[in-house]
Design a protein around this ligand. Structure first.
Ligand code: NAD
Ligand code: IPM
Ligand code: MN
Length: 365
């Protein structure tokens, strides 16, 4: 049976890196290895320019109907002054919320060839394999009220609201514990329970879920300390579970351990449908639209290609093929190919297309 992919390249380097994934999909389809049907839509600034909104209703429906959504990146200075509700990032937030993809898996893996490309010393990152499990559809990103109020005395008040309910913490904790069981049976839960009521509650719910997983070691860590420990001694972590905002920040920190933000993929998964068992799923790199390098053809496509590999693994059960895509990435890095963000002395610096072609070349080999 054909599987449907809905591609939303977005803005900036989003379109450049998505093109490389499209070439890989076209080749896999041509070989009969996959049977993907593709459709492409507009998201972010691109959609705003075409339709005056961050994502059209039509594309939203296509995203909801697809077996998996593959997303590039959105945003850029061109849209700095569009109305807040139509800013490019609104597309991403709406997609995550309406798809219900609450579980955002952000693996930070240091490929062997990149152990010297990190800003940390080789011994700190060599063999690194961390999985950040970020809650994606709740917390301060979505809590109400969310507004700026004019107090009428020349002062204004800005409010964002951090809200979590039991079921939201419970289900993300279960994802983290279940994944820990397939890894090193160790979870660190990060919050700010020393300052925030929602942190106290987060910890309470995670601990209670943890009782059902006596075989998994649960450690509590304050989120600020977690950021510091990620840089001091990252290999102490295996699975980290945290809320939407802390997960955003900690995953950018973790990205640099792998050499570049351009290396980090992600999968965002919803709850299994009670009838079909299928999960809504959304795959995107952790990085943004990189306006500083957009249009130059030099972006690193690896996070995007690795996000597609996560789709093969998590949405389609094509584990062997996912492993092959990841092995192809590892192999081009071992050959010494580097995009600018992971450039190293004596290695060949290539652009987006050449990197994409090299990965495809390894797959073909
Ligand atoms: P960014 O992730 O776009 O870029 C941060 C830095 O990392 C830049 O120097 C950039 O050149 C570099 N970088 C990122 N990805 C790279 C890649 N694949 N190859 C090489 N270098 C790469 O973050 P930013 O500059 O803070 O944000 C730019 C825009 O992107 C903003 O509008 C922001 O809201 C948006 N954003 C979107 C997403 C998303 O769509 N998922 C994620 C983060 C930021
Ligand atoms: C990410 C991004 C998004 C987030 C923005 C663009 C809305 O930074 O996916 O990490 O904050 O979740
Ligand atoms: Mn982010």
């Amino acid at each position: 049976m054909a599987h449907s992919l809905f591609l939303l390249p977005g803005d900036g380097i989003g379109t450049e890196i998505m093109a490389e994934v499209e070439k890989i999909i076209a080749w896999l389809n041509s070989q009969g290895e996959t049977d993907f049907t593709l459709d492409t839509g507009l998201a972010g600034g691109a959609a705003y320019d075409a339709h005056g909104v961050a994502i059209s209703e039509e594309d939203m429906q296509k995203a909801l109907a697809a077996d998996a959504v593959i997303f590039g990146a959105v945003g850029g200075p061109k849209w700095d002054n569009v109305p807040y509700e139509h800013r490019p990032e609104a597309a991403l937030l709406r997609l995550r919320k309406e798809l219900g993809v609450f579980a955002n898996l952000r693996p930070a893996i240091c490929y062997p060839a990149l152990a010297d490309a990190s800003s940390l010393k080789r011994e700190l990152v060599e063999g690194l394999d961390i999985l950040i499990v970020r809650e994606l559809t709740g917390g301060v990103y979505f809590g109400e009220p969310k507004q700026i109020i004019d107090l009428g005395n020349g002062q204004k008040r800005a409010i964002d609201t951090q809200v979590y309910e039991t079921y939201e913490i419970d289900r993300i904790a279960r994802v983290a514990f279940d994944l820990a069981r397939t890894r090193k049976n160790k979870v660190h839960s990060a919050d700010k329970k020393n300052v925030m009521k929602s942190g106290v509650f987060w910890d309470e719910v995670v601990r209670s879920v943890g009782k059902e997983y006596p075989d998994v070691q649960l450690n509590h860590i304050l989120a600020d300390n977690a950021a510091m420990q990620l840089v001091r001694n990252p290999k102490q972590f295996d699975v980290m579970v945290t809320d939407n905002l802390f997960g955003d920040i900690l995953s950018d920190v973790a990205a640099m351990l792998t050499g570049s933000l351009g290396m980090l993929p992600s999968a965002s998964l919803g709850a299994p449908d009670p009838v079909s068992g299928k999960r809504k799923a959304f795959y995107e790199p952790v990085h943004g639209s990189a306006p500083d390098i957009a249009g130059k053809g030099i972006a690193n496509p690896i996070a995007m290609v690795a996000s597609f590999a996560m789709a093969l693994r998590y949405s389609f059960g094509m584990i062997e093929l996912a492993n092959r895509v990841e092995a192809a990435i590892s192999a081009v890095l071992a050959d010494g190919l580097r995009t600018g963000d992971i450039a190293q002395d004596n290695r060949r610096t290539v652009g987006t297309e050449e990197m994409g072609a090299a990965i495809l070349g390894k797959l073909k080999a």
